[in-house]
Design a binder for this molecule. Structure first.
Ligand code: NDP
Length: 493
């Protein structure tokens, strides 16, 4: 498969059904919604428009699958299936990457790279499947009493996914479900449903029993039905803080376990002693990768005053060379944003920033001209003269827009970096070990990247402080979120 692959070779069926109980099925209502290519506006597929009845059907199937052959499989059997799945995902990666490129608009140069992470995630969780164990615990009960814990799958998990990294998200949400013996009903975002459906087919091919991984495609109301469904035991959500709050409320009546990975307004802080050859391109990548549609994007750039002007000059020059264009062109670095709604939202932040007195140093408009006009392309945009109280300095834009600030001292920048309701990612650039440690301890965020940005690994936890959510994905903590702990007491007297 190459960049010229016609859409029809990866989307053979223009009517895309859901996947429930091991079968592709239309919505009970028979309705469909369109998914379109944000680079061209072209119709990709008519997707089953699932609603509450479809959610109910999928949850029932997932509940039944919990007590079926899946529940009797040994950890090593689940592990073998997951390792087969990792192989299959890698073998089919060209297709999965192409689906995301068409659906999301992320350049092939980016989606193709996701293969390494997807394989690593699935193999990591496969390893975890055979490591789940309880403990034998000392107790002070009278007599001879043994106490130990059992770790049990939490049950039916609902994953509600955003659009910004569709196949990566499907893999990340499914890994802990399969490792712990839970079952899953996944709702991909309405803008990017295609790769989740193909991934679920690969799960079946790998030997995951019918009903263990289900995909309900639909709009926000399907997500709402899923988060309120009484027979769902846990919700794993990634998306906006506003929807995260609704999900927590919907989960409360039946006390569902909830983990939420939400938005961010992450600081990226460059000290005067930093290696600027590395910090400049990294600062651009931190905010412009995926057209800025990354929850932990480094959208607030703080540069120490003695190097501020030189740094900004170099950053603007570097960012000017970023190749924005056709996602299918292997040289493209940034594609369109996901939808017209998202583009309009970004452009309104840009207009508002200028109204509040911020000065565009680069970009600041929709990208126009041949090859751009049918899609939703936004120029990489850098604002100087930003003050901490401006809207663009506080709100998550989720687009290629950077706000730059100057600072003097460690204590000052720490206080300003933390003066946000979010706390997801952060970057620190310095050669001074004491400064690096002080910043790492002081920043209130789930990840601190020192002399790097946005590093992720299956073994290292990722998640938020404050309004960026709670719960951790990746690492051993992640597995715990999918397990209940039962204490067993055995009186031996
Ligand atoms: P949302 O939070 O609106 O959507 C995320 C998922 O939740 C989608 O599957 C969505 O369905 C679903 N959903 C929508 N409403 C409900 C509901 N009431 N109950 C349950 N599920 C629901 O994110 P958007 O995609 O609309 O993006 C909006 C903003 O969110 C972005 O601009 C960005 O600021 C932030 N965001 C953050 C992400 C992150 O990784 N932290 C990722 C994506 C967005 P549907 O797609 O049908 O609306």
């Amino acid at each position: 498969m190459n960049a010229n692959t016609p859409i029809t070779s990866v989307i053979t069926d223009r009517d895309q059904d859901m996947l429930i109980g091991g079968k592709r099925v239309p919505a009970v209502s028979g309705q469909r919604f369109e998914t379109r290519n944000p680079a061209t506006g072209e119709l990709l597929a008519n997707v089953a428009h699932g609603g509450a009845e479809d959610v109910d059907r999928a949850v029932k199937v997932a509940r039944e699958a919990l007590s079926g052959p899946w529940s009797r499989m040994k950890p090593a059997e689940r592990q073998a299936i997951m390792l087969r799945l990792a192989d299959l995902v890698e073998e089919n990666w060209d297709e999965l990457a192409m689906l995301d490129t068409l659906d999301l608009g992320a350049p092939l140069s980016r989606t193709r790279l996701g293969k390494v992470r997807a394989g690593a995630l699935l193999r990591y969780y496969a390893g975890q499947a055979t490591l789940i164990s309880g403990e034998t615990l000392a107790n002070s009960a009278p007599g001879d009493v043994l106490s130990h814990t059992l770790k049990e799958p939490i049950g039916v998990v609902a994953a509600i996914n955003p659009w910004n990294g569709p196949i990566g998200m499907s893999v990340w949400k499914s890994g802990p479900v399969l490792a712990t013996g839970c079952t899953l009903v996944m709702k991909p975002a309405e803008q990017t449903p295609l790769s989740a459906l193909r991934f679920a087919e690969l799960c079946l091919e790998a030997g995951v029993p019918d009903g263990v991984i289900n995909v309900v495609t639909g709009l926000g109301d399907a997500g709402a039905a899923l988060s309120a469904h009484p027979d769902v035991d846990k919700i794993a959500f990634t998306g906006s803080t506003g929807v995260g709050q609704k999900i927590i409320e919907a989960a409360a009546p039946t006390m569902k376990r909830v983990t939420v990975e939400l938005g961010g307004k992450s600081p990226n802080i460059v000290f005067a002693d930093a290696d600027l050859d590395k910090a400049v391109p990294a600062a651009a990548n931190a905010v412009f990768a995926n057209a800025g549609q990354i929850c932990s994007a480094g959208t607030r750039l703080f540069v120490q005053s003695s190097i501020h002007d030189e740094f900004m000059e170099r950053l603007v020059e570097h960012s000017r060379t970023i190749n924005v264009g056709d996602p299918l062109d292997p040289d493209t670095q940034i594609g369109p944003v996901v939808s017209k709604a998202q583009m309009d939202r970004i452009l309104s932040f840009i207009d508002g920033a200028q109204g509040e007195g911020a000065r565009p140093l680069l970009g600041g408009a929709r990208k126009a001209g041949a090859g751009y006009d049918d899609g939703f392309f936004v120029e990489p945009t850098i604002f100087g003269n930003v003050t901490d109280g401006m809207t663009i300095a506080r709100e998550e834009i989720f687009g290629p827009v950077l706000s730059a600030f100057s600072f003097e001292s460690v204590d000052e920048v720490l206080a300003r970096a933390n003066a946000t309701s979010f706390g997801l990612g952060s970057g620190v650039w310095t050669r001074d070990l004491a400064t690096a440690h002080k910043m790492a301890r002081g920043i209130k965020a789930g990840s601190v990247w020192v002399n790097c940005y946005q590093m992720l690994d299956p073994g290292v936890p990722f998640g938020g402080y404050k309004m960026s959510g709670f719960g951790r994905e990746s690492g051993p903590h992640h597995i715990e979120e999918y397990l209940e702990t039962k204490a067993v007491w055995i009186n031996l007297d």
